[in-house]
Design a protein around this ligand. Structure first.
Ligand SMILES: [Mg+2]
Length: 375
């Protein structure tokens, strides 16, 4: 199934969602005439505390992008977190940014949705740039109005879920050590590959009784073997499984896994755009949304509404990001059942500060905009 965002939102489903979309466009204060905004995009080099290994590969560092949006004496910032899975890199993001810049000439800083529409048209698969621009626009708007973004969104600390903390694939000894280091975090998410599920879960279980979640990152292939792994994981107290099979090759396996109702199974990699949601809805229990995937806070609000309309449960995930990108996740986290926003905790040279995590719960920051400042 392939439909455009406009067609989807113009449908009866989209019409039903329309009230939620008005959240994204506060009216410009009277008498404030926007000057021409100045935008820049620069590399943001992040070093990882541990080599980060998932089913697809390993990394010791990550090059994200920092988008600055300056207008009327105020600068908003947004982070681009490229993912090789979608063919994205910092370089492809830079090119998409330049195209977006040209296409948005003449827009006022208050025409938030017009910026996004044009960025999406120019960015192609580089949703990282739509996300970075959207975050910068929200940060700018919040700073301009002197209020935190979460207040503009209307979310509440009262429904902030506990975030999980991710343990990447490693030797059993190192995974056990990482689990001990993760003592402050009440919930863990374990990465697994094709043949290491028992080994990795056992390594973590050997040192903790905490709730654990498992992410296979599309690493499995045989549905019958997957069902056995699922039942074994259930016996080890695993709460849910993320993305067992590759996107596009998951229907047969998912039908078998869900027929037994062992535990919730969430779709991550198959859902990049809102239009992907109706396609996967019959085969999964829930969806992992990430701001970098869907194009930022504004598009996340749309995807949340579409997922709810399809009866899908919701988790907010993240990429390896600094506290800037994670701050945007924190601003919408109370809208999700489950939260996995720990990318900044895996970074050793975070250039932003201002987020506070207590017993696994992020606090909505009180500063204007996204609520973080340069470290
Ligand atoms: Mg995942």
């Amino acid at each position: 199934m392939s439909v455009s965002r406009r067609a989807l939102l113009a449908s009866s489903l989209g019409a039903a969602l329309a009230p939620s979309l008005s959240l994204a466009a506060p009216a410009a204060p009277k008498g404030k005439k926007a000057g021409p905004p100045k935008l820049s995009f620069a590399p943001l080099e992040l070093k990882l505390r541990h080599t980060w290994t998932i089913a697809r590969g390993s990394a010791d560092s990550k090059t994200n992008g920092l988008l600055a949006f300056e207008a009327e004496g105020v600068t908003g910032y947004g982070e681009a977190a490229p993912n090789k899975r979608w063919g994205q890199s910092h370089e492809s993001g830079e090119a998409a940014f330049q195209r977006t810049l040209k296409a948005c000439e003449g827009l006022s800083p208050w025409e938030h949705l017009a910026w996004l529409e044009r960025a999406e048209r120019e960015s192609g698969p580089d949703s990282q740039i739509v996300c970075a621009l959207d975050l910068a626009l929200w940060d700018w708007k919040g700073k301009k109005l002197g209020v935190p973004v979460h207040r503009l969104l209307g979310v509440s600390q009262a429904t902030m879920p506990v975030t999980s903390f991710s343990i990447g694939i490693d030797t059993p000894e190192v995974m056990a050590e990482k689990t001990k280091e993760a003592e402050p975090y009440p919930i863990l998410k374990i990465k697994v590959g094709r043949d290491d599920v028992e080994r990795n879960v056992n390594a973590v279980r050997s040192v903790t009784k905490k709730t654990i979640r498992v992410d296979a990152n599309e690493g499995w292939s045989d549905p019958a073997v997957a069902l056995e792994k699922l039942k074994w994981m259930k016996a080890q107290g695993v709460e849910f499984l993320e993305q067992p099979f590759p996107a596009g090759k998951d229907v047969e396996g998912m039908k078998l896994l869900r027929s037994e109702g062992v535990m919730p199974i969430l779709a991550d990699e198959p859902v990049l755009h809102p239009t992907d949601i109706p396609t996967i809805a019959p085969f999964y229990d829930g969806v992992v949304l990430k701001l970098a995937k869907c194009g930022g806070i504004t598009r996340a609000l749309e995807e949340i509404a579409i997922c709810r309309a399809h009866g899908l449960r919701l988790m907010l995930g993240c990429m390896i990001e600094s506290s800037l990108g994670i701050a945007a996740g924190v601003a919408v986290a109370p809208l999700f059942e489950w939260v996995d926003i720990d990318g900044n905790l895996l970074v050793s040279n975070d250039p932003w500060k201002g987020l506070v995590l207590t017993k696994g719960r992020w606090a909505l920051p009180e500063g204007p905009g996204l609520g973080v400042s340069r470290a």
